[in-house]
Design a protein. Structure first.
Lengths: 250, 250
């Protein structure tokens, strides 16, 4: 059974301040939790229904964490984003380890992505296209926000994330070309992504890439438009660009 | 001033049954309403704040519809998806007019897209890439659902939509190749979209393209995957495919 204190602790972790104090975060739903259990994250607590435990007994037995049986009602009460959760979990956040381009790869750099759904979607897309390093401005929404974790559909387990001031970041990072999207950039269809890899900067949903970061972008590209829509959302732009990189690199 | 009956009427149109009875739908938010007013939709009623009227007086004066001044409170009470709406509107739905491939174009065919946010996003993406004809299975969510209208970000005004049984549709539609996405299809990067245009089928979020429609697909394609994510959402898939068509056609 889940104790009142466990439920209270779980709920506190929905708030960034408490995630930072406890260095822990929450994961909910069968898909995300099973991916968490198969990952290198340190899991503190898993609360599952009797049915989920029976279906995943081998995975749960191999686990070095507390497994608690919870009622579907308990889980529904705790889960803020999905109904009929079969399970929730608490895991330790990872340290903020510096990452940069090392070999033929693109590091995705997010300049002030505010919407948790967008960040989660970008993580999922980057993972689909095999780009697992994501660098975030300090103003970008928290990776461990439960809405980010949910929207990433398990891809958070394969992502390496680093938060920092982007101007300082580029001073320290391995030199490579920095591609960024601008309305007046070179058409993606005429642009050659560097064959040795580089950085791909995606800007804020409303304001695009900030001036300080724009000054560090070496290659300005834009997604060609053929109709009347004024813009594409951040996740869509990320997907189209990642797809163009992979097509060139195939 | 808005009357109680007007507010009641507006609210009733949030429900599909009443949209069908009245053949009317609602639009909210400054961006969507200004695009509506500039479109060929027949507008019944516009409710705006004093500030909005002052800022858009020329647009509103040219309008053959009732313009009512509303308080921000009225608008907030009526608007279900956005806060601080400067305006809401009621317009007539269009007739369900048959559309098919006519010339070098792609008609997008949606097989059971259930989520209004996904449908709105697909409309916006299709509009960005200049594909304005969308055919929907009868099970696809209603185009005039306020969440669809909101997510389309004004692109609903440029879209021609037709709902029908897809098997009957393809019996009547102009013959052309039918491209559909399947997990085991040809890589998009190796596939040549028909240079004379065709149909692009996108399937249900969870189950993909139904068996009856799959039988009519002539060209099976898939979006190449390089990492661990299991899937991409329907809007992302639509964007990546539309982008690949346009790059080939440039």
């Amino acid at each position: 059974m889940l104790s009142k204190n466990q439920i209270k602790y779980y709920k506190s972790l929905q708030i960034k301040k408490f995630r930072q104090i406890h260095q822990s975060f929450t994961v909910e739903g069968a898909k995300s939790v099973t991916e968490l259990l198969a990952s290198d994250f340190e899991v503190e607590l898993v609360a599952v229904t009797e049915e989920f435990r029976a279906a995943h007994s081998r995975l749960l037995e191999a686990l070095d964490a507390q497994v608690v049986i919870a009622t579907a009602d308990d889980l529904a009460q705790m889960g803020s984003y999905q109904t009929n959760n079969a399970c929730v979990a608490i895991a330790k956040t990872k340290e903020n380890v510096f990452i940069d381009v090392a070999g033929k790869e693109f590091v995705i750099v997010l300049d002030d992505i505010r919407d948790p759904g967008n960040l989660g979607t970008i993580i999922r897309i980057a993972d689909w296209y095999g780009f697992q390093k994501i660098v975030c401005s300090e103003t970008t929404t928290d990776f461990y926000n439960p809405k980010v974790i949910a929207a990433s559909m398990g891809s958070f387990t394969r992502t390496r994330i680093y938060y920092g001031n982007l101007v300082s970041y580029f001073e320290k990072a391995a030199p490579a070309r920095v591609t960024g999207t601008f309305l007046n950039g070179t058409s993606l269809y005429d642009y050659n992504f560097p064959s040795s890899g580089g950085y791909l900067v995606l800007g804020n949903e409303a304001n695009g890439i900030s001036d300080e970061v724009a000054a560090l972008v070496t290659d300005r590209v834009s997604i060609p438009r053929f109709g009347g829509a004024e813009s594409l959302n951040a996740g869509i732009a990320a997907a189209v660009i990642c797809d163009n990189i992979r097509r060139q690199w195939k």
